[in-house]
Design a protein around this ligand. Structure first.
Ligand code: 13P
Length: 334
C-alpha cells in the first residue's frame, strides 16, 4: 500500500470548490428515477443519460472531483465507443466505483439491515483498479425508529465498513466510508445527532482495530438533520452548527476529507447546509458534497429521455454542480 498516493487521491476528491457526483444508482434505483420522468430503464438509456452527465464539460472540469459509478457503467462505452471511464478521466475527474452489493435483513434484528458484498471483494477491486477506479464506496444503512438502531446493527455494519476499507487500501483504492443514518421518520435533529454520534464512534473504532489508515479514506456521512416527518424542522443554521459540532467530536483530523450524502434533502437545502457549515471554519478536514439526488434531480427532469434535451440536461447539471462548488467554499448565495 502506498499511503502517500492514497492521501493524494483522497485530498483531490475534496479539493475546495469541487465535490463528488454520486452516479452509482443500482439498476433498481435508477429505474425508480427513470419511472419518475417517464423513461424506460434500458441499458442504452442508462448509458445515454450518464454519458450526458459525463460530457457536461463545465460541470465536470470545474466542479466535480470524482464520479462514483455502478458496476454496469464502469464497463460501458459511450455511443462513439469511448469508455465512459475515459470521458471522466479526460474531464480531469477521478473515476470511482460502488462495491457494496446492497442490504439484507439482519437476523434477530427486526427492521434492520446489514450491507453485503465482502466475498470476493479483493478480486473485484483488482479488476476495478485496472479499469481506472481510484476510489470506491460502501454504504451502510442505519434506520432510526422505535427501539432502533440496535447496538447489534451499528456494530456489524461498522465491522463490514472497516473490512471493506482495509481491502480497498490493500488494493491501492481510497475507500469512501459511508455510514448513512436515514432521515426518514419523525425523529428530531437531536435524536439524529445522538444516533449518528454512536455510529461514527463505532465506525472509527472498527477502522482502527482493522488498521485502516485514516489519512487514506474519505468519510461520507449524513448531516445532523431533522427527520423528514418531524413536525419541527431545524433551521439551516442549526443543521450547520450541530453537524460541525458532531463531526469535530467524532472524526479525527487525520481524515483528509468529508463528503456528505444528500439523503433526500431538496437540492437547495443540500447546498445551503454545506455553505452554512463553511461559515463556521476553520475546519480540520476538507468538507464537500458527494450528492446523488441533489445533483441529478434537475438534469433528469430537464432531459426526460429526449436527445433534443441533452443541452438542457447538461445546463441543469452544471448549475447544481456550480452552486455546490460555491457552497464547498462558503461562497454560495441564495
Ligand atoms: P444521495 O445524495 O441521493 O443521498 O446519494 C448519495 C449516495 O451515494 C448514497 O449512497
Amino acid at each position: 500500500m502506498n499511503l502517500t498516493e492514497l492521501n493524494r487521491v483522497a485530498t483531490a476528491m475534496v479539493a475546495p470548490g469541487k465535490g463528488i457526483l454520486a452516479a452509482d444508482e443500482s439498476s433498481g434505483t435508477i429505474k425508480k428515477r427513470f419511472d419518475a420522468i417517464g423513461v424506460e430503464s434500458t441499458e442504452s438509456n442508462r448509458r445515454d443519460y450518464r454519458e450526458m452527465l459525463f460530457r457536461s464539460r463545465e460541470a465536470m472540469s470545474r466542479y466535480i472531483s470524482g464520479v462514483i459509478l455502478y458496476d454496469e457503467t464502469i464497463w460501458q462505452d459511450a455511443k462513439d465507443g469511448t469508455p465512459l471511464v475515459k470521458l471522466i478521466e479526460t474531464s480531469g475527474a477521478i473515476p470511482g466505483i460502488k462495491v457494496d452489493e446492497g442490504t439484507q435483513a439482519l437476523p434477530m434484528c427486526p427492521g434492520e439491515t446489514i450491507t453485503v458484498g465482502l466475498d470476493k471483494l479483493a478480486d473485484r477491486l483488482k479488476k476495478y483498479y485496472e479499469r481506472g477506479a481510484r476510489f470506491a464506496k460502501w454504504r451502510a444503512v442505519i434506520d432510526i425508529g422505535s427501539g432502533i438502531p440496535s447496538m447489534t446493527a451499528i456494530s456489524v455494519n461498522a465491522h463490514a465498513l472497516a473490512r471493506y476499507a482495509a481491502l480497498c487500501q490493500a488494493a491501492q483504492i481510497v475507500p469512501i466510508v459511508e455510514p448513512e443514518v436515514l432521515m426518514d421518520g419523525d425523529h428530531d435533529i437531536d435524536r439524529c445527532y445522538e444516533v449518528t454520534s454512536r455510529v461514527l464512534n463505532k465506525t472509527f473504532q472498527e477502522l482502527r482495530v482493522q488498521r485502516v489508515a485514516l489519512e487514506g479514506i474519505v468519510l461520507k456521512p449524513n448531516m445532523a438533520i431533522s427527520g423528514k416527518k418531524c413536525p419541527s424542522q431545524a433551521s439551516v443554521a442549526e443543521v450547520a452548527e450541530k453537524t460541525i459540532r458532531l463531526l469535530k467530536a467524532c472524526v479525527p483530523a487525520a481524515v483528509p476529507g468529508i463528503a456528505f450524502l444528500s439523503g433526500g434533502q431538496s437540492d437547495e437545502e443540500a447546498t445551503a447546509h454545506l455553505n452554512a457549515m463553511h461559515q463556521l471554519g476553520p475546519l480540520p478536514w476538507g468538507l464537500t458534497f458527494s450528492y446523488g439526488r441533489a445533483l441529478q434531480a434537475a438534469p433528469q427532469k430537464a432531459w426526460s429521455g429526449r436527445p433534443e434535451n441533452v443541452t438542457a440536461g447538461q445546463n441543469a447539471f452544471s448549475h447544481r454542480a456550480r452552486m455546490n462548488g460555491l457552497a464547498s467554499k462558503g461562497e454560495w448565495q441564495s
